[in-house]
Design a protein around this ligand. Structure first.
Ligand code: IVH
Length: 655
């Protein structure tokens, strides 16, 4: 009896949510809705065993997690290539036309939020994950469940993964900031909200979600993107009502022009238009680059300029000690963001534009790029403006700055700002990838004396008791941090080299150095000439690298890291000889006994092969472990070579 009423209430509430959040057509009043919710909550409290996992009462939040679990995306979550003007759009269409005759497209609004993968098993939401680096994201299920436009259960009892964008409406964003928060734009606010451990916070933030991608359409007998959108809508997902199929380039450009003009009328921020080839087989024929599909692109709206006033010019210290001037601005709104800072790059930039404190300036912002001051409105000057003068001392430690080319550096190795920035960089995703350290935690640990240099991360485990006593940390979260730190010891050399903040050594240079020198000792021993002789390494980098390794303090740091058993060798060795794997495309599916997915991927890549997430005609070999599912079936249907794990081992053993 009670169970039946609970089911009935859930049905009524789910329908009301769907009508309101997805169809935008409310069918019951707020009071009626609240009454149903209250009745359901009461029945569930009185009969806890009858509480269903997909009950809408979970939307109010309450679940608190200790830390974010990692999630591996079976099919990587790719990003999109960008185009910025009409001729680049035409080029995209022409590239498509080289492969597909008379292509049809779907145009969509590019929602400015963060992408999410939603996994349903037997029709029930079981996992929501962020994109992360595309392969590994974070489990945010507890927060996704509070978002009313994400169905907790869908209209068919099937297993399915869909992808879309979590975002915050302009109105919710304004309300949130009016309540005392200080997010720069709705995207940051949405991202900050789903990255909360306590789901009550996300529940209170009024997030929303549009679904726009079905990774495996053929599994559901769907062969166009248009049908995928329709299918997902029928399942109960919120798809964007402004998506439109276009038949040619002209219709595509009309859509883009229309939304460029009408963008301000939307209740949420968009930063461009996404163009997708409609036919799934055409998509497969076009394929992917390493980062993004060749069958889709994102047209990014041009940067907009707004006027504001320079309140002050301040100086910040980066990890390499570079001291950079930035403009402290009267806050202004540009493309959904409230901007109060713009980079001024260096002394020459400010002097050449003659930017003064008190000036009215035009600032420009495009996408994720840091806002820039583009010009000064000299006619608005009243004589009270203050001419710029580059500081000669570090704003934090006050030591004298040293000029190298256009930039000024704080060369005091003990400067607190520099040290903290270096520590933050060491943990960052493309460096040692130690997940769980925000800037704030590093600052706190630094100020408490637990982190003085990069090697100290590996000594934190000896302070576990003390760290657990700090406010905001429990045993579980410290354990997670320590586990991430331990794991980072096994990183390949290029991550460490990038993480050390050697001047001019970016991600790519670190990779080139690691690949050529194989281990850190070879690099330490190398002369300037030897480093300079490497292809793609110029004299500036060679000089900086040799200087770095000639410095006693740096060698001391490396020895300390060695004592903690941090790996100092290049593990990504690529076999340049022709192997069976060279330039072939592999897909891993099912579970392997002798490797994790990542290990198998590293082995394949090290022999010159390429690993992708989904099976298409271009796949050369599918390696199927236990319980391989739809990908194995697709491979067999397409007549692609399938290996067992044993055959894979056998092939590996030849090299
Ligand atoms: S499609 C393989 N469609 O834009 C398909 N992405 O710059 C991948 N985004 O990572 C994505 N609106 O977070 C797609 N209608 C839309 C989108 C959209 C926003 C985001 C998404 C993606 C990023 C790429």
């Amino acid at each position: 009896m009670i169970e039946k009423r609970i089911d009935e209430l859930i049905k009524i509430i789910n329908k009301a949510n769907y009508d309101y959040y997805t169809l935008d057509k409310p069918t019951i009043t707020d009071q009626e809705y609240d009454r149903y919710m209250q009745e359901l909550e009461r029945l569930e409290n009185e009969n806890p065993t009858l509480k269903r996992e997909d009950s809408p009462t979970v939307r109010v939040g309450g679940q608190i997690i200790d830390a974010f679990k990692k999630v591996t995306h079976e099919i990587p979550m790719l990003s999109l290539g960008n185009v910025f003007n009409e001729s680049e759009i035409i080029n995209f269409d022409e590239r498509v036309k080289k492969v597909v005759k008379d292509p049809k497209y779907v145009c969509e609004l590019k929602i400015d939020g963060l992408s999410v993968s939603l996994l349903y098993k037997k029709g029930k939401l079981v996992r929501a994950a962020t994109r992360g680096d595309g392969v590994t994201g974070e489990d945010i299920t507890h927060n996704a469940k509070t978002i009313k436009s994400i169905p907790l259960s869908i209209n068919k009892d099937i297993d399915i993964e869909v992808r879309g964008e979590i975002y915050m409406s302009k109105k919710s964003f304004e309300k949130l900031n009016a309540s005392g928060e200080n997010f720069a734009n709705p995207r940051n606010a949405a991202a900050g909200s789903v990255r909360q451990l306590d789901s009550k916070v996300a529940a209170s933030r009024k997030l929303d979600c549009f679904i726009y991608h079905l990774p495996d359409p053929e599994d559901y007998d769907i062969y166009t993107h248009e049908d995928a959108l329709r299918f997902m809508k029928e399942l109960g997902f919120n798809t964007n009502p402004n998506n439109k199929k276009v038949n040619d380039l002209k219709e595509m450009l009309d859509y883009i022009n229309y939304w460029t003009l009408n963008r301000p009328t939307l209740p949420y921020e968009i930063d461009g238009i996404v163009i997708k080839v409609n036919d799934i087989h055409d998509q497969q024929r076009l394929g992917f680059t390493a980062r993004s599909p060749k069958w889709a692109t994102a047209y990014k709206f041009p940067a907009t300029e707004v006027l504001t006033k320079v309140k002050n010019i301040i100086f910040t210290v980066g990890r390499t000690g570079q001291v950079t001037p930035s403009a402290d601005l009267e806050p202004v709104r540009v493309m959904g963001s409230v901007i109060s800072r713009a980079t001024l790059h260096n002394e020459d930039y400010v002097v050449s534009k003659d930017i003064r404190v008190g000036d009215v300036v035009a600032i420009k912002k495009a996408g994720d790029v840091i806002p820039e001051v583009v010009r000064v409105l000299e006619e608005r000057r009243d004589g009270t403006e203050k001419k710029f003068e580059m500081t000669k001392n570090c704003p934090i430690c006050h030591s004298s700055l040293v000029k190298k080319e256009a930039a000024y550096y704080c060369v005091n190795p003990h400067c607190d700002a520099k040290k903290q920035e270096k520590l933050i960089h060491f943990t960052s995703r493309k460096a040692m990838n130690i997940i769980g350290f925000g800037d704030r935690i590093i600052e706190d640990f630094y100020n408490l004396g637990y982190l003085k240099d990069d090697a100290d991360f590996y000594n934190l485990k000896n302070h576990k008791q003390k760290l657990m006593e700090l406010e905001g940390f429990g045993e579980k979260s410290i354990d997670n941090l320590l586990e991430e730190i331990e794991k980072s010891k096994n990183n390949s050399l290029e991550r460490l080299l990038f993480g050390l903040s050697i001047r001019y050594v970016g991600e790519k240079t670190a990779d080139i150095l690691a690949r050529n020198f194989k281990n850190i000792d070879n690099l330490i021993k190398a002369s300037y000439e030897e480093v300079n002789s490497i292809k793609d390494i110029g004299d500036v980098i060679a000089k900086s690298v040799t200087e770095y390794f000639n410095d006693e303090d740096n060698i001391r740091l490396i020895n300390k890291l060695k004592d903690y058993k941090v790996n100092m060798s290049y593990l990504k060795e690529v076999n340049t000889n022709e192997t069976f794997f060279t330039d072939k495309t592999f897909v891993l599916t099912g579970s392997l006994e002798n490797f994790t997915r990542d290990e198998a991927k590293i082995r394949i890549e090290s022999l010159g092969g390429i690993c992708t997430g989904s099976v298409s005609k271009k796949t050369d070999v599918v390696i199927a472990g236990a319980e391989a599912g739809s990908k194995l079936k697709k491979a067999t249907d397409l007549g692609i070579t399938v290996w067992t794990e044993e055959q894979f081992l056998n092939e590996l053993s030849k090299y």
